[in-house]
Design a protein around this ligand. Structure first.
Ligand code: KIV
Length: 288
């Protein structure tokens, strides 16, 4: 069956039609395939992988090479969704030339359809240059995790004096520079609603209320992989952390008691049973 690929133009049309956009983070081919087959419109290979996959305290240590590696894996698992790759910390802040080279690498080596970078008006010139070079850009304002130390932690943004005006100005600057979409992270819902009405490009909220044109969550959070982590803006749609522990616990018990594997799960020198499927290993790409 032919699948119509989601593009940045599809996302714009969805905003115009008032259709909400469902975005999730993905970091490997297997999860990407599952999310894609479940209808996610956009998969973001977020630098949140530094925290949920690599186990760091922040996203800062993630490198361009690591991002490209995870992007390639996600792209292999996807048929329909648009795939966005996050530009890691200090791969675009030092100079426009360096940012152009690095964004180009993420597109070429990672195979993604667009890149995301954190920050507003200060990156308007860069966004303009990237878009001019054929690299679609998703903006990201509000809580920008790469500025963790500057912001003094992961905190709601925009509440202070002039906060609303700054966020609006950042969103407008990104739109004007050619960004095709803007992530609004951890800002009051009222401000997110105002920005969503003010710009023609889709806003994608995370902790920014229901008025945004779409929503994004870190997939590990919404799947409940970490039973101890439940910030207010996350809804757990599953409790996979607990389920994985149950499954692994059962496996350990059966290995130790010698009840796994059974004869049916083992190979005989001469097979008397019906022939088995040829594949001994599963690959996400093979499902395409
Ligand atoms: O890195 C990431 O996963 C993100 C989303 C939370 C928007 O930037």
């Amino acid at each position: 069956m032919k699948t119509t690929k989601v593009t940045i133009h599809t996302l714009r049309q969805m905003k115009e039609r008032g259709e909400k956009i469902a975005v999730l983070t993905a970091y490997d081919a297997t999860f990407a395939r599952l999310f894609d087959e479940s209808g996610a419109d956009v998969l973001l290979v977020g630098d949140s992988l530094g925290m949920v996959v690599q186990g760091h305290e922040t996203t800062l240590p993630v490198t361009l090479e690591e991002m490209a590696y995870h992007c390639r894996a996600v792209v292999r698992g996807v048929r329909r969704a648009h795939v966005v790759g996050d530009m890691p910390f200090m791969t675009y802040q030092a100079s426009i030339d360096q940012a152009m080279t690095n964004a180009g690498r993420l597109m070429k080596e990672g195979g993604v359809g667009s890149v995301k970078l954190e920050g507003g008006a200060q990156h308007a010139e860069l966004v303009h240059r990237l878009v001019g070079a054929g690299i679609p850009v998703m903006g990201h304002i509000g809580l920008t995790p790469q500025s963790y130390h500057q912001l003094g932690g992961f905190k709601v943004q925009g509440r202070g004096e002039g906060g609303r005006e700054k966020l609006l100005a950042d969103a407008r600057a990104l739109e004007e520079a050619g960004a095709y979409s803007i992530v609004l992270e951890a800002i009051p819902s009222d401000i997110a609603r105002e920005i969503t009405l003010a710009v023609s490009v889709p806003t994608i909220g995370i902790g920014a209320g229901v008025a945004c044109d779409g929503q994004v969550l870190v997939s590990y959070d919404m799947l409940g992989m970490d039973e101890t982590f439940k910030p207010r803006f996350v809804r757990r749609f599953a409790t996979l952390g607990a389920e994985i522990k149950d499954a692994v616990g059962a496996y350990v018990t059966e290995v130790r008691s010698g009840t796994f594997p059974s004869d049916a799960e083992s190979f005989a020198l001469v097979e008397t049973r019906a022939p088995q499927p040829a594949a001994l290993y599963s690959t996400a790409a093979a499902k395409k």
